[in-house]
Ligand binder design. Structure first.
Ligand code: AMP
Length: 474
C-alpha cells in the first residue's frame, strides 16, 4: 500500500472514547457530567453533553477537559430528565470542535444525538457512497455515517432505521443515541468496546466503564450484550437482539492499558485483578534476579505489584508521576536538555541507587518512552542494572477498532526482534509476556480480540480495504 493510502486509513481511524448516559432523573446533565469526569482517562481532547426535556434536545460541547468545559452556567443550559455524554481522545490530527460528540442531527423522525466509542472499518466507503447520494457531512468523525444511514433508511420506525443503519456498518461501536423521549444503547456484534447498564435513584444509567457508576453511587445491573440494543423510555427497558452476533471479540487492550483499574468490564471482570495476574504470569515466565520491582506509573502499577508478589521481590515506587501534565505544556527551547519524559516522570534516587531494578510497564509501542525511562532509572536514579518486563506480548499490529496505536511501521516490535529492542532501549534484559500468559490472565480467553499481538483481525475490512489490510501485514 502506498504511504498516502496507509496514512489516510490511519488518519480516519484514530479515536478512543468514553460514553455515559442517564434516563429518568431530574439531574440528568449533572450526573452525565460526573460520569464523564470519571471516564476522563478514555479521552481528553473534548467532551460534550446532550440532554432532553421531552420536547427538544439541548447540546453543549467543547474541546478540553470535562471539568474545564462544564461550568454551572453551562450545565444549566442542559435541562431535562435524560442525557448522553462523550469524551473524545486526543489524536495526532489535532483537536477540532466539529469532531467533538455527541453529534446532533434533525431529520423526518425528529432530532437525534449520537455518542460513539469505537471505530468503524468501512466508514470511508459508506461516507463516499452517502456523499454521492447527496449527504452533507458536518464532521470527519466516522460516527456521522451512522446518523446519515439512519436518516436515509426507508424502514418505518426509528428503531428499525437505526438497526438498518447499524447492520451496514462494520467495526466497533458502543453507541448511545438520545431522542426526545428515549435513550438507546447499542453494542456491536463482537462487543469490542465495553458498555454497561446500571441503576441510580430510580433512573437508568449507561457507561463505558463501571468506575463512573461508583462516582455517582449507581448500581451495576449488567453489560449491554454484543449485538444487543437496549431502549430506555418511560415504559421501562426494552432489550432487542438487534444485530446478529457471530463471535465475541472483546478488546484485550482495555484490560492491559486502557480501562481504569477500579472498573469491572466484559461481564464484571475487575481490571486491576487482570493486570495483577498479567504481572504474576510475567514473573513466572520471565524471572530475573533483582533487588526491586518498580512500576511505570500509572498503567504499569497493578502488573508490577503482581510481578513483585509472585517473584517475592520488594515493590517500590521508584518513579513518581506528575499527574498535571496537560497538552498545553510548552517545552523550553534551550538550556534544559532531554526534557521530554522528565516532565511526566521523576526517579526516586534513594530507592534506586546501586540497585538491580525490574521496571514493569504494560506495553512498548514505539519504544521511545521505554528508552527514556531506562536511561533515567540508570543515569539519574543510579540503578546498577535495569531489567524491563512488559505485561503484554509484543505489539506488532495497529488497532483498527478504537485504540489509538500508530501505524504498523512505527510499532517497534513489528520489525525488530526482542534482542534488538533491548539494545535500542539500553536495558540489561527485556522480556514480554507470552500470548499464552496473556490468555491465562482472563476468564474465557477465546472471547477476546488479540489482533495487536497476533495480526489476526476478527472484523475484516470490506472491499478494497481488505486488500489494504493484507498488504499492511505482508
Ligand atoms: P512508546 O513505546 O514510547 O510509544 O510508549 C509506550 C507507553 O505508552 C507505555 O508506557 C504505555 O503505557 C503507553 N501506551 C500504550 N498504548 C497507548 C495508547 N494507545 N495511547 C497512549 N499511550 C499508550
Amino acid at each position: 500500500m502506498s504511504t498516502l493510502a496507509e496514512d489516510r486509513l490511519f488518519y480516519e481511524i484514530r479515536e478512543e472514547c468514553g460514553v455515559f448516559g442517564v434516563f429518568g432523573h431530574p439531574e440528568a446533565a449533572n450526573l452525565t457530567y460526573l460520569g464523564l469526569y470519571a471516564l476522563q482517562h478514555r479521552g481528553q481532547e473534548g467532551a460534550g453533553i446532550c440532554s432532553t426535556d421531552g420536547k427538544q434536545l439541548y447540546i453543549e460541547k467543547s474541546t478540553g477537559l470535562v471539568a474545564d468545559i462544564f461550568s454551572d452556567k453551562r450545565l444549566r443550559k442542559l435541562p431535562g430528565f435524560a442525557a448522553i455524554g462523550h469524551n473524545r481522545y486526543s489524536t495526532a490530527g489535532g483537536s477540532s470542535l466539529k469532531n467533538v460528540q455527541p453529534l446532533l442531527a434533525t431529520f423526518s423522525l425528529g432530532s437525534i444525538a449520537v455518542a460513539h466509542n469505537g471505530n468503524l472499518v468501512n466508514a470511508t466507503e459508506l461516507r463516499e457512497q452517502l456523499e454521492r447520494e447527496g449527504a452533507i457531512f458536518q464532521s470527519t468523525a466516522d460516527s456521522e455515517v451512522i446518523v446519515h444511514l439512519t436518516a436515509h433508511s426507508r424502514a418505518d420506525t426509528f428503531k428499525a432505521r437505526l438497526i438498518d443503519a447499524l447492520s451496514q456498518v462494520a467495526g466497533a461501536f458502543s453507541l448511545l443515541v438520545l431522542r426526545e423521549k428515549e435513550l438507546i444503547a447499542v453494542r456491536d456484534p463482537y462487543g469490542v468496546r465495553p458498555l454497561c447498564l446500571g441503576s441510580f435513584d430510580g433512573a437508568y444509567v449507561v457507561s463505558s466503564e463501571t468506575c463512573a457508576f461508583d462516582l455517582i453511587g449507581a448500581e451495576y445491573i449488567r453489560d449491554i450484550e454484543p449485538g444487543e440494543m437496549v431502549v430506555i423510555s418511560e415504559d421501562g427497558v426494552e432489550s432487542l437482539k438487534a444485530l446478529h452476533s457471530h463471535k465475541k471479540a472483546y478488546c484485550i487492550f482495555e484490560f492491559i492499558y486502557f480501562a481504569r483499574p477500579d472498573s469491572f468490564i466484559f461481564g464484571g471482570i475487575n481490571v486491576n485483578e487482570v493486570r495483577k495476574s498479567l504481572g504474576r504470569n510475567l514473573a513466572k515466565e520471565r524471572p530475573v534476579e533483582a533487588d526491586l520491582v518498580i512500576p511505570v506509573p500509572d498503567s504499569g502499577m497493578p502488573a508490577a505489584l503482581g510481578y513483585a508478589t509472585e517473584a517475592g521481590i520488594p515493590f517500590e515506587l521508584g518513579l513518581i508521576r506528575n499527574h498535571y501534565v496537560g497538552r498545553t505544556f510548552i517545552e523550553p527551547k534551550q538550556s534544559i536538555r532531554h526534557f521530554g519524559v522528565k516532565i511526566k516522570l521523576n526517579p526516586v534516587r534513594n530507592i534506586l541507587r546501586g540497585k538491580r531494578v525490574i521496571v514493569v510497564d504494560d506495553s512498548i509501542v514505539r519504544g521511545t518512552t521505554s528508552k527514556k525511562i531506562v536511561k533515567m532509572v540508570r543515569e539519574v536514579g543510579g540503578a546498577r542494572e535495569v531489567h524491563v518486563r512488559i505485561s503484554s506480548p509484543k505489539t506488532i499490529g495497529p488497532c483498527f477498532y478504537g485504540i489509538d496505536t500508530p501505524t504498523r511501521r512505527e510499532l517497534i516490535a513489528s520489525s525488530h526482534r526482542v534482542e534488538e529492542i533491548r539494545k535500542y532501549i539500553t536495558a540489561d534484559s527485556l522480556a514480554y509476556l507470552s500470548l499464552d500468559g496473556l490468555r491465562a490472565s482472563v476468564p474465557n480467553p477465546d472471547d477476546y480480540c488479540y489482533a495487536c499481538f497476533t495480526n489476526d483481525y476478527p472484523i475484516r475490512f470490506p472491499g478494497e480495504q481488505v486488500e489494504q489490510m493484507e498488504l499492511l501485514f505482508v
